[in-house]
Structure formats: structure tokens, C-alpha cells
Design a protein around this ligand. Structure first.
Ligand code: ADP
Ligand code: MG
Length: 350
């Protein structure tokens, strides 16, 4: 069993505070993810969990054991935490078996051989024990790096941008593959990435970080459909904020008519708000009270992503099946099909 809890974590480099009040929990066997733009503090947080940075405030506990707070610091080698990095750095002069057993080299040859066979089976590279790293593809090397990190049976696995050096098209597939492996092992893990598709493919829960602050810790579905604030709404997926006026506790008037759903209590009637409209919330229909003009069109294979302008000048994005083709300049009619009403107080823009 390993449950990781961060409570009100603050981290600073000399006078520079880079992580502020981060709290989160990853349950046993779950895969969490820290997602955010470059420089937001992801690696710093991961290094603090591994024990390479100390915290200035707050506490980190692993399976009930306090491993870090302002006056406790369990050294990294005593934490039984495994790490996988972007530059997975297999030892080029060691064969795959010796790479995998590097962290357990003091065990008997028999135990090591058994663990290598088990792990090669797990990462789906049986028969590769005697090969050398340069004989493997990048993706295969990354799977060996994963096997090496798992060999000592860590309580927790940390992965820092592990697919960063792979082709973009490959990353999502690798993320799914690694997820399967970790789930088969029942591993508790944290992935760090700036790539939301990777996060969605691999993690059970995702935390969006902005400038060292955790904005929301949630499922990928909720981050997309129920973002907590304008930063998350802008960072995850695509969307446009349409101005609206609150009419009552469950109605907002917009240029596309009245929309319904829970209006936050802080937004009273008459309050100006922004309504988040995702490209998949809009349909192009033969007739509706809401005409629009096509101002851009991007082919996405199965779909077109249209940029649309309403008569009042406000702009929207719509995703439609690609056999529904409309040229730029065409007049279309739109209909809102909102499954979740996301309302953000106005004065936010992204
Ligand atoms: P990320 O992994 O999200 O890209 P980092 O955790 O590496 O972000 O960095 C967060 C912030 O801390 C950045 O502003 C970075 O410049 C700063 N930083 C990172 N490492 C150090 C360090 N060793 N000393 C001083 N500042 C650092
Ligand atoms: Mg980093």
C-alpha cells in the first residue's frame, strides 16, 4: 500500500518562492499527473517528493510515514521512490539485464535473473536481456528505463516528462502503454508533463499548475468540462468565453440565447459573466435564430474546426463532421448544445 499526501507544500530556491501551498493526494495504485507550462514548478515538486529538494513549509507523507516537512528530511535513498526521466540515460556499456538490475545489484544472481525475466515480460520485451541499449528503439529504451525504475519495487514511481524526447505522434501511445504496465503492477505513480494528451492518456487524476500554484486537481473530464477558473479553461482544450448577463440562479442570457445550468452564488442577477463555449458545444444547423459567418476553417481529418463570427462581432469555434463542408465567408446557423454550463466571473480573459 502506498498513498502519497502533500499538504500545503511551499518550496523556494534561495529567495525565489516557486511552489505555493500545494496540497494533493494520490491513492494507492492510482496515477496522478502534474500538468502545466514550462517553468511552473513541476520538476521542483517532483524533486521534493523524491527528496532532492527540501520544503520550506507543509508536509509530505508516503503511506502514513512523514518524509518531508520544515525540519524532517528523509534522504532520497531511504524513500524507496523510483524515478524515470526524459533522458532515460541507460548505461550504454551495460546490457539490458545489467541496466535493469542496476538498483538491485547486491541481490543474488538468481533473484536478479528472475526479476529481469519478470520485468522484460511486463514491458513486453522478453528475450532482450543480452542486447545493448543502442540496439533498441527510443520507445523500447524508455520501457527498459521503466523496468529499471521498477526493479527495486519502489513504493512510488515518479516520471518527469518521460516521453519528451519521443515523436509527438508516439507520445500518446507510449503513455497508454506505460499506464497499462503500471496498472498491471498496481504501482502508485506521478507523471509530470506539459502535454495534456499525454496526461489524459496516462493519469487517473490531473493537477493543473500555474506559477507554482495548483489550480485544480481533478479527472481529465472535469478539467475539460468543469474547469475551476479561466486559466484551466484556457490551458485545457480549446474554447471561447462568450459574454453573458445573469438572469437568475440557473439562467444566463447570451448572444446565442438563454443558457441554463448552475450559476455560482457569487454571480447575482444583472452580473456580467463569461460562458465557456467549447468547439463541441456548437452545432451547425439548417436553420436557427443565430446566424454566423465562417471566418476560418481547419481540417482535422474526421472533423473541421470552424472559426465563426456572430453579427455582434463575437467569435466562436465549432467542431463538425468533415463531410459538412462550408467555405470561408459562408453564412451558417448555429445552435448551442451545452452539456455543462461553465460560468466564470467577467474581467478574465485568456
Ligand atoms: P517545470 O518543471 O514546470 O518546467 P521547474 O520546477 O523546473 O519547472 O522550475 C520552476 C521555477 O524554478 C522556474 O522559474 C525555474 O527557473 C526555477 N528553478 C528551477 N530549478 C532551480 C534551481 N536549482 N535554482 C534556482 N531556481 C530554479
Ligand atoms: Mg521540468
Amino acid at each position: 500500500m502506498s498513498k502519497l499526501t502533500l499538504q500545503n507544500i511551499h518550496i523556494r530556491y534561495s529567495n525565489n518562492a516557486v511552489v505555493h501551498a500545494v496540497s494533493l493526494t494520490v491513492e494507492d495504485g492510482q496515477i496522478g499527473c502534474l500538468l502545466g507550462p514550462s517553468g511552473c514548478g513541476k520538476t521542483t515538486l517532483l524533486r521534493a517528493i523524491a527528496g532532492f529538494e527540501s520544503v520550506t513549509q507543509g508536509s509530505i507523507t508516503l503511506n502514513g510515514q512523514l518524509i518531508s516537512d520544515h525540519n524532517t528530511h528523509l534522504p532520497p535513498e531511504k524513500r524507496t521512490i523510483g524515478m524515470v526521466f526524459q533522458d532515460y540515460a541507460l548505461f550504454p556499456h551495460l546490457n539490458i539485464a545489467d541496466n535493469i538490475t542496476f538498483g538491485i545489484r547486491k541481490q543474488s544472481s538468481q533473484d536478479k535473473a528472475r526479476r529481469v525475466a519478470e520485468l522484460l515480460e511486463l514491458v513486453n520485451l522478453p528475450g532482450y536481456a543480452k542486447r545493448y541499449p543502442h540496439e533498441l528503439s527510443g520507445g523500447q529504451q524508455q520501457r527498459i528505463a521503466l523496468a529499471r525504475a521498477l526493479a527495486p519495487r519502489p513504493r512510488l514511481l515518479l516520471l518527469d516528462e518521460p516521453f519528451g524526447s519521443q515523436d509527438v505522434e508516439l507520445r500518446e501511445m507510449l503513455a497508454r502503454e506505460v499506464r497499462d504496465i503500471l496498472k498491471r503492477e498496481g504501482m502508485t505513480a506521478i507523471l509530470v508533463t506539459h502535454d495534456q494528451h499525454e496526461a489524459f492518456a496516462m493519469a487517473d487524476e490531473i493537477g493543473v499548475l500555474q506559477q507554482g500554484r495548483l489550480q485544480q486537481w481533478d479527472t481529465g473530464y472535469n478539467l475539460y468540462h468543469k474547469p475551476a477558473n479561466a486559466f484551466v479553461a484556457g490551458f485545457i482544450g480549446q474554447g471561447v468565453l462568450l459574454p453573458g448577463i445573469v438572469l437568475n440562479h440557473n439562467t444566463v442570457a447570451t448572444a446565442l440565447g438563454n443558457v441554463h445550468g448552475d450559476v455560482p452564488e457569487s454571480c447575482q442577477p444583472e452580473c456580467p459573466v463569461s460562458v465557456l463555449i467549447r468547439p463541441d458545444d456548437l452545432r451547425l444547423v439548417a436553420d436557427s435564430p443565430h446566424p454566423a459567418t465562417v471566418i476560418s476553417r481547419g481540417f482535422r481529418g474526421a472533423e473541421y474546426l470552424y472559426g465563426l463570427a456572430l453579427n455582434d462581432g463575437s467569435q466562436l469555434l465549432a467542431l463538425t463532421p468533415s463531410h459538412q463542408a462550408h467555405p470561408i465567408g459562408a453564412s451558417v446557423c448555429i445552435e448551442l448544445d451545452l452539456q455543462h454550463l461553465v460560468i466564470l466571473p467577467t474581467l478574465t480573459s485568456y
